[in-house]
Design a protein around this ligand. Structure first.
Ligand code: F6R
Length: 242
């Protein structure tokens, strides 16, 4: 694991965007695994700004997002489909047909998940997988558990995740209780993993990811076993790592 310390959120975002843009420049038709949440928004903004300047071109890129709430339609403003368009895809020249997010609108969980596994496998898995990390060490929606997950599956969100995500909903009762998420094994198939983290609330999870035992109680800890994992985190998120 390589740990890169950033000064603050802006610096973290620029460093992460630099790594993603290098990937796209080196391999214009690369496969990117993408994440939602607050953490990557600054990196998406920076990439969109570089696209507008003509520095990076997404015309041949394809993307696979980690997860989606179960039960939300693609145009629901709380859905991750919507989030990705609003925060990234609508600001770059990506072909929307080449962007993929698990189909939360399909109530048949087994079908939705196996369909997603098939398309991610057919794409050859991401060249670069961008990840945020939950306060409890989750990656994607792979919550602390007694085993690591494999392929895409339907999960019950934990109270701490529902609580953390409720900031984006009118009320906590509106937060969906289930999601479809790429499994941990699938995440580990990516050829490079880039984790972004900022803020004090992430400090324990970042410490456990980097230095704790490899355990499904902290799903991100498995990234210690990946051969090409880079963590870009700000000083607050790294405050327990000194
Ligand atoms: C989002 C995702 C989640 C988030 C994590 C951190 O697609 O997979 O694992 O990365 O919950 O969220 P933020 O960045 O909002 O703190």
């Amino acid at each position: 694991m390589k740990i890169i310390k950033a000064k603050d959120y802006e610096d973290m975002s620029r460093k992460a965007a630099n790594i993603i843009s290098a990937q796209v420049i080196l391999k214009p038709d690369c496969v990117l695994g993408l994440a939602t949440g607050s953490t990557p928004i600054g990196a998406y903004k920076q990439l969109a700004a570089w696209y507008k300047k003509g520095d990076v071109d997404f015309a041949e890129v394809s993307t696979y997002n980690l997860d989606e709430y179960r039960g939300l339609s693609h145009d629901d403003p709380q859905s991750y489909h919507y989030f990705m368009r609003e925060n990234f895809f609508d600001h770059i020249n990506i072909d929307l047909n080449n962007t993929h997010v698990p189909d939360g609108s399909n109530p048949d969980a087994a079908a939705a998940c196996s369909e997603y596994d098939k398309i991610v496998a057919a794409a050859g898995y991401p060249d670069l997988q961008l990840l945020g990390i939950g306060n409890n060490g989750h990656i994607g929606f792979n919550e602390p558990d007694d085993h690591f997950s494999k392929g895409t599956h339907c999960v019950d969100l934990t109270e701490s995740t529902i609580q953390a995500n409720s900031r984006l909903f009118d009320s906590i009762d509106d937060v969906p209780r289930q999601a479809y998420t790429m499994g941990t094994q699938t995440i580990m198939y990516a050829r490079m993993i880039l984790v972004v983290a900022n803020g004090e609330a992430k400090a324990q999870a970042v410490h456990d990811m980097c230095y704790g035992p490899v355990t499904p109680k902290c799903p991100a800890s498995i990234l210690q076993l990946h051969t090409n994992c880079v963590v870009v985190a700000d000083e607050a998120a790294l405050s327990l790592c000194e």
